[in-house]
Design a protein around this ligand. Structure first.
Ligand code: RET
Length: 293
């Protein structure tokens, strides 16, 4: 009799159309023939680890709760990243998918199986990492939670629809339609960063830092859809290893470099980013009126 676990595994196999086991995918990446691809995963595990330790060290003397919150948001980017790359490294979040009719990679084989290597774990985990980038940026700009959470919701929508684009094997048109939806959500985020947060950062007094972070973020983030389109998922102009290194390189800019640029500013705890001892408190620690007695 089929147990729930067996059913779940079968559903996953049907959904992802992959007949390769995790062990076979692991062997394909780490078996010795794809060293560069393997390195594109492992290097990022190391960098995420170094970044987490770097933040813990640099932030050891932080006292202000708002500065600490920005530092924690920055740390969580790398916490998600180390988990994401561990998923890819272990083969857990990799699949070999057959592309739909008319796709340039139709008929390709990977590890003896029909299909191309899809690193779907990347799109899945961006769902969890990109909101922390936006929380840190929005707080540095001095924005309000309505705008920060709006960008978070749109980045989640962007990543989930991007995941759908990568996993859709029924029709080429549907793959690109997902891509279009995802890109529209992306433009909402770009608008908030370039228009709202840029103006707010000027008023907050973080304008210079925000300009640096904005350039790294907006230019870096545009690289992802371009790479998707050029890589095996899209027009298949770039091979899998180049696509993977492209994403890993962009991750280095948009995550670790952004983190350290922001962190070196935050540790000084300037007035432009601190919130005071009561920031975010759920109880009033200093009563505004004297108690009746
Ligand atoms: C996809 C494909 C569909 C269209 C668009 C995309 C954009 C992805 C972006 C990803 C950013 C990721 C980051 C990760 C850091 O952890 C999904 C590639 C617009 C912008 C910054």
């Amino acid at each position: 009799m089929a147990t729930p676990t067996v059913l779940a595994l079968e559903t996953q196999q049907i959904l992802l159309q992959s007949d390769l086991t995790q062990a076979e995918l692991f062997e394909y990446v780490f078996g010795g023939d794809n060293t560069l691809l393997a390195l594109s995963f492992v290097v990022n595990i190391a960098l995420a680890g170094v970044t987490i330790l770097g933040i813990a060290y640099l932030g050891r003397n932080l006292t202000d709760p708002r500065s600490k919150m920005i530092a924690i948001a920055l740390m969580l980017i790398s916490v998600v990243s180390i988990s994401s790359y561990t998923g890819l490294t272990s083969g857990l979040t990799l699949s070999v998918l057959e592309m739909p009719a008319g796709h340039p990679a139709e008929g390709m084989t990977t590890a003896g199986e029909d299909g191309v290597l899809t690193m779907w774990g990347r799109y899945l985990t961006w769902t969890f990492s990109t909101p922390f980038i936006l929380i840190a940026l929005g707080m540095i700009a001095g924005s309000n939670w309505t705008k920060i959470l709006t960008t978070c919701a749109f980045t989640i929508a962007m990543c989930v629809t991007g995941l759908a684009a990568a996993l859709t094997t029924s029709s080429l048109v549907m793959r690109w339609w997902w891509f279009v939806i995802s890109s529209i959500f992306f433009l909402v985020i770009v608008y908030v960063i370039l228009v709202d947060w840029t103006a707010e950062a000027e008023q907050t007094g973080t304008g210079d830092l925000f300009t640096t972070l904005k350039i790294l973020t907006v230019v870096g983030w545009f690289g992802y859809p371009i790479l998707w389109a050029l890589g095996v998922e899209g027009f298949a102009i770039l091979p899998v290893t180049a696509t993977s290194w492209g994403y890993s390189g962009l991750d280095i800019i948009t995550k670790y470099i952004v983190t350290f640029v922001a962190m070196f500013y935050v540790i000084e705890e300037p007035d432009s980013i601190t919130g005071g001892a009561d920031y975010g408190a759920t109880v009033r620690t200093s009563p505004s009126t004297p108690a009746d007695d």
